[in-house]
Design a binder for this molecule. Structure first.
Ligand SMILES: Nc1ncnc2c1ncn2[C@@H]1O[C@H](COP(=O)(O)OP(=O)(O)OP(=O)(O)O)[C@@H](O)[C@H]1O
Length: 556
């Protein structure tokens, strides 16, 4: 609940004025409802009493009936205004939250980002934020408005009717629905969690199923995966059915509270009339107000079935909002890349990925990292880029620690081409301009020539060639060259390449490697390589070794 309250405060602060006005209108709607029934009760009873006393002709029916009409119409108008204001403010606050959340998630440390699956990311930004719309609209605003109207009704019943009736009605409505909510919330917590977990699992499995459909079909696993999605949806439906049951029971309890308090007000009213403490029309006000206040607690039912989902969503969202914003400024690092006895261990691992690594790459030099698969070459490149921080030893570029620099400074002079390409759906030009939004068409063709891709694209739609989801529509080798071309657009002073010519024939690979060096003659190039064509272009080779191979030498 604490996380949920903190998030509600964040949302409320974003749209303070509109929400205060919405709350005032909510109170007006409920107060008008209570006044409408109270006045009607008094009107009917007073008119009947006057009729029985033979004074009907003298009874002024016009003023109360005009008031009843005014309240009925005013209530409808206030309800409309309240809905428009609160929904609009909540949706605006949520879209602001979504942007803050996206920024928080995208600026989280590299290790956190690399662990986050696409579907978890998507769920957080869409389903989790959507779950929070009910927090203001169906929980906090109705609760505040309800409590205000109950307290005000009690304060008015005290002098207008009788203190006992005021205490019974207001006290009953304050205590009983709150207790019902507290109890219902406890019972609903587990099914709500189960429902949410099952829904998230169903979504994740469905996304995995769609993304991996080719592989699953090849292995004959499509049916089984579809069945797993179905199971998660069935679990969600079962948990929802349980929640619906709790909602029904809570609803019945709330209805019984309303009916019970109305009967209590009636009983007390009759007793007080018989004692001569109040008149029958006064007693009628008490009874009808008790009946009308039932409306103030109706939203409790709906909030109960949603509160588990909201609480969980708030717990997932809050940590991402707390991520400090990425600093800007700082000078892009420039100069010689130096690794001094660097090791890196993941927190969950009991030893470093590779044995202490030392190397130097001066501007204009090309150094190749060699080593068996899994020895840590890609990890070393991420350390050079400042995406990871060494466990021991130091990484410096021209004397600066890249991991300590703001992202904007790092990306100003370092370009990384990872093993797995990251192309997006859109045109070739759009993909290239991710690195340099202002680049001219001539410049785009220039880098495409460098990576031997210009002719292939000219034969298609040139820079307007459209790529599908994650860059489909190009062969593996073409996609790789497009990513290399994109890195060149940045005119990097440190180029970090992970198996850059993977998937290319030997001749194209050689041409690409010499093109890369020609395109940025002053850059320091560090590359992880297995292929002869890549190794051949090196000024020096550095071997990355698993720690167990050097157990005695390094004492790891
Ligand atoms: N995100 C990760 N979480 C946990 N372990 C990882 C992660 N990425 C890589 N590893 C592990 O770290 C070690 C080094 O991986 P790395 O990718 O750096 O090796 P590599 O030398 O580049 O391999 P290859 O030549 O096959 O690309 C491997 O044992 C790998 O399983």
């Amino acid at each position: 609940m604490t996380a949920l309250l903190r998030l509600v405060l964040i949302l409320a602060r974003a749209e303070q004025r509109a929400l205060w006005r919405g709350l005032a209108l909510s109170v007006t709607v409920l107060a008008m409802g209570v006044a409408l029934l109270g006045l009607s009760g008094w009107f009917i009873t007073a008119a009947a009493a006057a009729g029985m006393a033979g004074l009907g002709i003298l009874f002024n029916v016009f003023a109360p009936s005009a008031m009843v009409r005014l309240l009925a119409l005013g209530r409808t108008a206030a309800r409309y205004g309240e809905r428009v204001l609160t929904h609009d403010a909540t949706l605006r606050a949520l879209s602001g939250l979504r942007i803050r959340l996206l920024q928080g998630l995208l600026h989280s440390p590299y290790r956190q980002l690399e662990r986050m699956r696409a579907n978890a990311f998507l769920n957080r930004v869409t389903a989790d934020t959507d779950a929070l719309d009910g927090a203001l609209l169906r929980l906090i605003l109705p609760a505040l408005a309800g409590w205000t109207v109950i307290l005000c009704s009690g304060a008015l019943l005290w002098p207008l009717v009788h203190p006992w009736i005021a205490l019974a009605v207001a006290g009953g409505y304050l205590i009983l629905p709150t207790a019902t909510f507290a109890l219902g919330q406890r019972v609903a917590r587990h099914p709500a969690r189960r429902a949410e977990a099952a829904l998230q699992a169903a979504r994740s499995r469905l996304i995995d199923l769609v993304a991996g459909r080719d592989d699953l079909a090849m292995h004959g696993q499509l049916r089984q995966s579809a069945a797993q999605v179905e199971t998660a949806f069935a679990r969600h439906a079962a948990a929802r059915a349980r929640l619906d049951g709790i909602e029904r029971v809570t609803g019945a309890l709330l209805d019984m509270t309303g009916a019970g308090l109305t009967v209590l007000a009636l009983g007390l009213g009759i007793a007080l009339v018989q004692q001569g403490a109040i008149t029958a029309p006064q007693a009628a006000i008490g009874v009808f107000v008790a009946l009308a206040l039932g409306e103030t607690v109706a939203p409790v039912r709906r909030a109960l079935s949603e509160i588990g989902r909201m609480t969980q969503a708030a717990r997932r969202i809050l940590p991402a909002l707390d991520t400090p914003a990425e600093a800007s400024g700082g000078q892009p690092p420039e100069g010689t890349l130096v690794f001094d006895a660097v090791t890196f261990a993941r927190p969950e691992a009991d030893r470093p990925v590779f044995a202490p690594l030392s190397l130097r790459v001066a501007p204009g030099e090309t150094v190749v990292l060699e080593g068996p698969s899994g020895s840590g070459k890609s990890t070393a490149l991420l350390l050079a880029a400042g995406a990871l921080t060494p466990s021991t030893g130091t990484v410096r570029i021209g004397g600066q620690d890249p991991a300590a620099l703001p992202l904007t400074a790092r990306t100003g002079s370092i370009a990384v081409v990872p093993q797995r390409h990251a192309l997006i759906a859109g045109t070739v030009a759009e993909n290239l301009r991710l690195a340099a939004p202002e680049a001219s068409e001539d410049r785009l063709w220039q880098v495409l020539e460098t990576v031997q891709l210009a002719d292939t694209l000219r034969a298609r739609d040139g820079l307007e060639t459209r790529l599908g989801f994650r860059g489909t529509g190009l062969s593996g080798g073409e996609a790789r060259r497009l990513v290399l071309a994109r890195a060149l657009l940045r005119q990097p002073r440190l180029l970090l390449l992970d198996e850059p010519t993977e998937g290319l024939d030997a001749e194209t690979a050689r041409a690409v490697m010499s093109g890369l060096r020609a395109a940025c003659p002053g850059a320091a190039i560090l590359l992880a390589a297995h292929r002869t064509e890549e190794r051949a272009c090196a000024d020096r080779h550095v071997r990355v070794t698993r720690p167990e191979n050097l157990h005695d030498r390094w004492g790891i």
